[in-house]
Design a binder for this molecule. Structure first.
Ligand code: NAD
Length: 495
């Protein structure tokens, strides 16, 4: 059985813990490799390497750091197909999903290429007579990233591009379900000229995460994953004195007003509900149909589903791939199975399909008349199941969205600019789309939900990422008046 390693101090490091996790090919259901799950000692080795590399890396010039990022950007583009193939083989993404993930990840490297501009501080001349005050940004030291299975290339890039460019050294703990992309990125960073020890990968599970959370030499932790774990990471990391950003799960509502363009809304619901098999934290999972719009919208969505091609990532025409594991597929399917008993109606049942049973496939499902209190409404399903909740008015729609525990993303579909503007004012969600179903901010803004979708106040990537990975130092300075110098320097007195 092939074993997937760690990457410590610039080289592949075979796991020594004796503990392994399975890595499947979700399209075939076969275990294709095992990943070493790091022990405390292995995490410690990665942190030691990062700590040793910090002094030199933080002293490197901004232009040197930008140069590494530019070269890394070039290498990622050159290895686009190899990365996409890895995404497909371990996660199951179809080519369009893999390309989309990579494109949104690469934006973050582009952003980090501007590090000389981003690291600028502030300067106040003559705060008092002869006194200047200025602030500078400095890196934190060793920082760690813990990432989810659903974007094994993009979410690490959300973190390490800015973390490294700001002068920190980094320890990445990727998801143990699709661990290989992280190693390819480590090799490309090295080829781009990043010194050994600046970027390290420890594969692992809770043992590795817990060691990261308590390690005295780790200054900050970035986490993206499910809400229960995000809550735990935030509580434990901050109790240990670390700066922590922890992004959690979601239940994204798409509100469709009666005046919306039905074809536009149906196309958006299908791509945002079923893209990446619904395993996106910004996936639309609830359509909130206002007034009588559901009578036209539900059939329009249902009509589109048989045309959505489900298949393996090796099929260039496939539009939706398998789920990550058999257990997750079965859990997602259980929401469809349980819906009728709760009073909802299954319009399209994805469990009835002719997909290869050994792969972790589930075809798209559509459930109508779903209400709060039903499991299919309350839980984050994280699969290809779109539900429809019918409400009479705009106010009811807003109240529904605002009552949900999650507040990651939301969208409104309407032709009315005033209604859209009111929605952006009223809604208690961190990222809002207006006729845009998945409003993931571009890399020069920052990403973050509200409520149980985030713990702490630090959004991720973009300007918030630069803030998170740096701390400011403020200097107040006064120089002796040059005219009082015993050597005549010929300076006028400071006024
Ligand atoms: P997860 O929470 O199960 O795992 C995330 C990371 O935490 C992994 O690296 C995993 O090894 C680790 N982990 C898991 N259980 C742990 C435990 N008990 N103790 C310590 N560490 C543990 O999430 P997932 O299933 O990999 O990813 C899907 C979830 O991530 C969904 O809820 C999705 O909404 C969320 N997500 C959120 C965002 C966002 O930006 N808000 C983005 C992507 C995914």
């Amino acid at each position: 059985m092939r074993t997937i390693d760690h990457w410590i101090n610039g080289t592949a490091a075979a796991s020594t813990s004796g503990s392994y996790g399975p890595v499947y090919n979700p399209a075939t259901g076969e275990q294709q490799a095992q990943v070493g799950l790091a022990s405390v000692a292995e995490v410690d080795a990665a942190v030691s390497a990062a700590k040793a590399a910090f002094t030199t890396w933080r002293s490197s010039s901004l232009s040197k750091r930008a140069e590494v990022m530019f070269r890394f950007h070039e290498l990622v583009l050159q290895h686009r197909d190899e990365i996409a193939n890895l995404l497909s083989s371990e996660h199951g993404k179809v080519p369009s999903d893999a390309a989309g993930e990579l494109a949104r990840g690469i934006e973050n490297i582009e952003f980090a290429c501007g590090i000389p501009q981003l690291m600028k501080g502030g300067y106040s001349e003559q705060a008092s007579t002869g006194v200047d005050v200025y602030s500078i940004r400095q890196p934190l030291g060793v920082v760690a990233g813990i990432t989810p299975f659903n974007f094994p290339a993009m979410v690490p890039m959300w973190m390490f591009a800015n973390a490294i460019a700001t002068g920190n050294t980094f320890v990445l703990k990727p998801s143990e379900k699709d661990p290989s992309v992280a190693l390819l990125m480590a090799r490309l960073l090295q080829e781009a000229g990043l010194p050994d020890g600046v970027f390290n990968v420890v594969q692992g599970d809770k043992v590795a995460v817990d060691r990261i959370l308590e390690h005295p030499d780790i200054a900050a932790v970035s986490f993206v994953g499910s809400t229960p774990i995000a809550r735990y990471i935030y509580a434990t990391g901050t109790a240990n004195g670390k700066r922590v950003q922890a992004l959690g799960g979601a239940k994204n509502h798409m509100v469709v007003l009666p005046d919306a363009d039905i074809d536009m809304a149906a196309d958006a619901a299908v791509s945002a509900g079923y893209g990446s098999a619904g395993e996106r934290c910004m996936a639309i999972s609830v359509v909130v149909a206002v007034g009588d719009v559901a009578d036209k919208l539900v059939p329009a969505i249902a009509d589109r589903l048989p045309r959505l091609k489900v298949g393996p990532g090796t099929d260039p025409t496939a539009e939706m791939g398998p789920l990550i594991t058999r257990e997750h597929r079965d859990k997602v399917a259980s929401y469809v199975a349980g819906a009728p008993a709760e009073g909802a109606s299954v319009v399209v049942d994805g469990r009835h399909n002719d997909l290869p049973p050994e792969g972790f496939f589930l075809a798209p499902s559509l459930i109508d008349h779903v209400k709060p209190g039903m499991k299919a409404y309350d839980d984050e399903i994280f699969g290809p199941v779109l539900t429809v909740t019918r409400v009479d008015t705009y106010e009811e729609a807003v109240e529904l969205v605002n009552r949900h525990q999650y507040g990651n993303g939301t969208a409104i579909f309407t032709r009315d600019g005033g209604a859209a503007r009111q929605f952006q004012f009223d809604i208690q969600v961190g990222m809002v789309g207006i006729n845009v179903p998945i409003p993931v901010p571009v890399a020069y803004y920052s990403f973050g939900g509200w409520k149980s979708s985030i713990f702490g106040d630090a959004n991720i990537y973009g300007p918030a990422g630069i803030e998170f990975y740096t701390r400011t130092k403020t200097v107040t300075s006064r120089w002796p008046d040059p005219s009082t110098s015993s050597v005549d320097l010929g300076f006028p007195r400071t006024r």
